[in-house]
Write a protein that binds this ligand. Structure first.
Ligand code: GLN
Length: 192
């Protein structure tokens, strides 16, 4: 059975676990390096990227997470996307694996949260996806093999893929629509 971990240091990890279980995938919380053993993929949830980065350093997880990401699929949502980026234009602890430039809090404050339908490459005409934005980051640039797979109506890029890595500026775990989780599970199962 496919086994996917969700980094559970801070943020919206419970919601990701619930959707993965609904899809029939074994889902576990990751807090310590040994929790990564035997996982086929990992989700880094939304929350606060500075807190996630500091806690990852405190629990000696940053190195093991980087080694894991080199071998296995990883998906970062919102703060998770920031944590995975190589360049966010400021200093804070990052995993720093993906060749993207990201700007934090680019869509305004908590009170500016919104939900908007987006078209996603690879969803094959199955209809727009309801994207929930909560102080999300903006994908400023995608370099090398990183490829934008979804944009807002005004053209702003909000999701990207680079090989076995996926990032979204928004929170698919806060909707009933499981298509992003299905996409990630496919990435994981194709790599096995
Ligand atoms: N603003 C948060 C950060 O910069 C991300 C918000 C979220 O994950 N919903 O880390």
């Amino acid at each position: 059975m496919t086994k996917i971990g969700v980094l559970a240091l801070q943020g919206a990890f419970i919601e990701h676990i619930a959707i993965l279980r609904r899809l029939g995938v074994e889902a576990v919380e990751v807090r310590l390096p040994e929790d990564l053993e035997g996982l086929d993929g990992l989700i880094i949830p939304g929350g606060e990227s500075t807190t996630i980065g500091k806690l990852a350093d405190t629990y000696a997880l940053t190195g093991p997470l980087r080694d894991f990401a080199a071998r296995k699929p990883v998906w970062g949502t919102c703060a998770g996307m920031i944590f995975m980026a190589k360049d966010i234009g400021r200093e804070q602890p990052l995993l720093g694996v993906m060749d993207i430039v990201v700007e934090r809090n680019a869509f305004g404050r908590q009170v500016d949260s919104f939900i908007t339908p987006i078209e996603v490459n690879g969803f094959n005409g199955s209809g727009p996806f309801p994207a929930v934005f909560i102080r999300g980051p903006r994908l400023v640039e995608a370099h090398g093999d990183a490829e934008v797979i979804a944009r807002l109506a005004d053209g702003t890029p909000v999701a990207a893929r680079e090989g076995h890595w996926l990032v979204t500026s928004f929170h698919p775990e806060l909707t009933e629509d499981a298509r992003f989780h299905e996409l990630f599970v496919r990435l994981v199962e194709e790599r096995d």
